[in-house]
Write a protein that binds this ligand. Structure first.
Ligand code: GTP
Ligand code: MG
Length: 138
């Protein structure tokens, strides 16, 4: 089974949407095999989003991600990476399909409620950024 990294962002934890978002992930056939609540520092946000360094939205993104609690998770399932991204919906909620997490809950392209890895290599890196192997229970 494939594993991916998922994050519930500060806009969603602030509105108490953690359970509703996890329910959508589970309904899609994904299993939560690791989960913890983290209020990341600005430095941790910069490290996590290092691939976006230099983009115009980088500072705004790192400010937002360190502005409140997030829930970091490892999801497991068949084709978990793609499946998670399907359930999340398009980055900009205005473009997100009906029934997706971002369509239902996201408020803007920046405050878009969830993150999900986009490929096997990034999934492995992102999981290792937040979790020790012993914290993942399949
Ligand atoms: P992630 O799962 O969070 O990586 O989303 P994504 O893969 O759909 O989008 P991408 O990797 O291109 O961008 C990462 C994150 O940066 C997005 O989820 C947004 O939160 C933020 N972001 C992307 N584009 C913009 C933008 O134009 N403005 C702002 N404020 N934030 C943006
Ligand atoms: Mg991305």
């Amino acid at each position: 089974l494939e594993r991916t990294f998922s994050m519930i962002k500060p806009d969603a934890t602030a509105r108490n949407l953690t359970g509703k978002i996890v329910a959508k992930l589970e309904d899609a056939g994904l299993r939560v095999v690791a989960s913890k609540r983290v209020w990341m520092s600005r430095k941790q946000a910069e490290g996590f989003y290092a691939v976006h360094k230099g983009r115009p939205f980088f500072d705004e993104l790192c400010d937002f991600m360190s502005s409140g609690p997030t829930v970091v998770q490892v999801l497991e399932g068949e084709g978990a990476i793609l499946k998670n991204r399907e359930v999340m919906g398009a980055t900009n909620p205005a473009d997100a399909a009906e029934g997706t997490i971002r369509k239902e809950f996201a408020t803007s392209i920046g405050e878009n409620s969830v993150h999900g890895s986009d490929a096997p290599e990034t999934a492995a890196e992102e999981i290792a950024y937040w979790f020790a192997g012993i914290e993942i229970v399949g």
